[in-house]
Design a protein around this ligand. Structure first.
Ligand code: PRP
Length: 213
């Protein structure tokens, strides 16, 4: 019987997350991995993994459809969902940074136009500094906005820095660092305490091994 449903963020962190889960004993069959199914039971049948867009992981976990989730801290900061975050999984390291063509804050008359997928983080960051901004919300390829003049600068995720440099942008300021977190639904943490604690225990062992390597 399925004990826990775990929401995994699709995309950049998915493979690393699946490797970590496999080392923690939660393995998917090759056929399942090759399939396009979005909800898959692991080989033991004790866990069901669901694959959703990163920003939807907090939604599924907060509503209790998934008991747990694996998602970046950047996404959690942006979502503001009320979740437990008991474990830094020490994978998916990246930064959230302000970037511009010149690598410094452009002189803007009036509000600074900032393009981003992270409007909440952006508003909080510039708000705390008393800098007036006009936030232009995009869904992806954010670097283009600064490269083509839609915005003065961007706030975006930087991992290797390649996308910035290949689009003629430089980091102005790092807002915060991010890595993948295990998140847990508050009710599941109580009602499925034994299963959640087993999962946390095996993930903790694996992240420690990973950190030591
Ligand atoms: C992210 C981010 C940057 C890029 C950074 O985009 O928004 O564009 O990755 O990675 P790098 O520093 O290693 O080059 P993602 O691939 O998630 O796609 P998106 O543009 O659709 O958001």
């Amino acid at each position: 019987m399925t004990e826990l449903t775990i929401a995994v963020a699709k995309g950049r962190m998915q493979d690393e997350a699946l490797r970590l889960l496999a080392r923690a004993g939660i393995r998917l069959s090759q056929a399942a991995l090759r399939s396009r199914r979005l909800a898959i039971e692991d080989e033991s049948g004790a866990h069901r993994l669901i694959f959703v867009k990163p920003s939807d992981v907090p939604v599924y976990v907060e509503h209790g459809i998934a008991d747990c989730g694996i998602v970046g801290r950047d996404v959690l900061l942006e979502s503001g969902a009320d979740l437990l975050q008991p474990l830094d999984l020490r994978i998916g390291y990246c930064r959230i940074a302000v970037a511009s063509g010149a690598g410094e804050f452009p002189k803007a008359t009036g509000a600074l136009r900032v393009a981003t997928k992270y409007p909440r983080i952006t508003a909080a960051h510039f708000g705390a500094r008393g800098v007036p901004v006009e936030i232009i919300q995009l869904s992806g390829s954010v670097e283009l906005a600064a490269a083509l003049g839609l915005a003065h600068c961007i706030v975006d995720l930087v991992e290797t820095g390649r996308t910035l440099s290949e689009n003629g942008l430089k980091v102005v300021e790092v807002i915060t660092e991010s890595s993948a977190r295990l998140v847990v639904n508050r009710a599941s943490y109580q009602l499925k305490a034994a299963a959640v604690s087993r999962l946390m225990g095996s993930l903790r062992v694996e992240t420690e091994v990973e950190g030591a390597a």
